[in-house]
Design a protein around this ligand. Structure first.
Ligand SMILES: [Mn+2]
Length: 429
């Protein structure tokens, strides 16, 4: 595997922190043992846990007002893969990259070879029918898979099939479909007819899925359409997955709900009926803010993982949700944000593994609301950082990833080869 971040930077940073980590890890191990939890089994689960990096996340994002480019932004998918390798070499838990087509279109063999050289694989493919690619025959201005014109729908189906074909050639096993289709005015579209056209088009995409593939549909309540969207909510999404068949699942992007919606309950419902496909992790304060995972409401992220761990322990059939980040980084170095976010997702998972499940069940059966919620809080309050850091250290990563990254000078080094660009690349998705 080609190392992008020199091992010497990681080693130098780790040497300054190793002794303290060993002390903290031992102390946490003792504390958890008193609670009947084996720290090694938690660490093993963390070591086996991965979250995919979105290729579009390593470039600086923007808002609809402006984009402020940072130094050394990736110029193409190969630069993006290299940035993703930096993340994985420091935190050792992001082994795959999720591509967006046509932004990341390239020779599949070269993609596979380069990713392999960097020790990376490919997660779900993402299609784009929410903007017009250069030279495409029909515009998506008024929709794509639900468009009134069958020629536009056929073009959108064809594009999704192309994403499957590229994915198949590079070892991906899933397609994520998010559409911007919807309306800005009451009366602009007929809800039922638009949804019928969407379902019909998606059946064409579904028919092209290889046997071992899954398709994830992603709901979003608003934006870019502000009055209605065709795939608005988890209920609509569940209907789609049910209509399409057993290879179809719902993807939950944490930012795609109304403020204060109980997302963890949606997750539970989808698990219960076997239709949870995976996540786009991010955080939000007001809408689809695409802020860093765990930066605003880390307790909610923990509550989502409470449901996931519950399903894992209860042996929910065919339960293997895809974990992906989907964020936009406007004011930070995207590599730093993505590293912190992937670690926040791991942190939520580790804390959820500490929940005393049998005590919780007892309190629920006894209607002891206070003790039930305190059982969750006890797990949430536990500082699991020594587990995460020890997992990274064991895998060859950094105890303090920001220190090791900044010490390496990677960003300034790539800034010399990658000229600053005024715009371009994917922003908010
Ligand atoms: Mn998303």
């Amino acid at each position: 595997m080609k190392r992008v971040i020199g091992e010497d930077h990681i080693a130098a940073s780790n040497e300054e922190r190793r002794a303290a980590l060993e002390t903290d890890y031992a102390a946490l191990g003792e504390q958890l043992a008193r609670r009947g939890v084996d720290i090694v089994s938690v660490r093993s689960k963390i070591e086996a846990f991965g979250v995919a990096i979105p290729s579009w996340g390593v470039g600086t994002g923007g808002t609809r007002f402006a984009r402020f480019p940072g130094p050394g932004e990736p110029r193409d998918i190969f630069d993006k893969l290299q940035d993703c390798a930096v993340i994985n070499q420091l935190i050792c838990s992001t082994p795959s990259v999720s591509l967006h087509i046509p932004w990341d279109k390239a020779d599949p063999k070269r993609l596979r070879d380069e990713a392999g050289r960097l020790g990376l694989g490919f997660d779900a493919m993402n299609s784009n029918t929410f903007s017009d690619a250069l030279g495409q025959a029909h515009s998506y201005k008024f929709g794509s898979l639900s468009h009134a014109d069958p020629a536009v729908r056929a073009q959108a189906v064809e594009h999704n099939i192309e994403c499957i074909e590229i994915g198949n050639a590079i070892g991906s096993k899933a397609l994520t479909v998010w559409i911007g289709d919807g309306s800005n005015f009451p009366g602009q579209v007929n809800f039922a007819r638009a949804f019928e056209r969407y379902l019909d088009a998606m059946k064409g995409v579904y028919a092209a899925l290889p046997a071992n593939w899954r398709v994830f549909t992603e709901h979003k309540m608003f934006e870019p359409a502000f009055y209605s969207t065709v795939v608005q909510d988890w209920g609509t999404n569940y209907l789609i997955a049910t209509e399409l068949g057993e290879k179809a699942f719902c993807l939950v992007d944490l930012g795609h709900h109304a403020p204060n919606v109980n997302i963890e309950m949606i997750v539970s419902r989808l698990i219960q009926f076997g239709k949870l496909g995976g996540f786009h992790f991010n955080d939000s304060k007001y809408g689809d803010d695409d802020l860093d995972a765990g930066s605003i409401d880390p307790y909610r992220l923990f509550l989502v993982f409470n449901e996931l761990v519950d399903a894992e322990l209860n042996g929910a059939p065919d339960f293997s949700p895809a974990h992906m980040l989907d964020q936009s980084h406007n004011v930070t170095d995207p590599i730093e944000s993505l590293m912190m976010s992937a670690i926040e997702v791991q942190r939520a998972y580790a804390a959820a593994l500490l929940i005393d499940r049998s005590a919780l069940l007892g309190f629920q059966e006894d209607n002891d609301a206070l003790m039930a919620t305190q059982t969750l809080k006890t797990a949430y309050r536990t500082d699991v950082e020594p587990i995460l850091a020890m997992a990274r250290l064991n895998a060859g990563g950094a105890i303090d990833v920001l220190d090791a990254y900044r010490r390496s000078g990677y960003r300034m080094q790539v800034a010399q080869d990658r000229p600053a660009v005024a715009s371009g690349g994917g922003g908010i998705v």
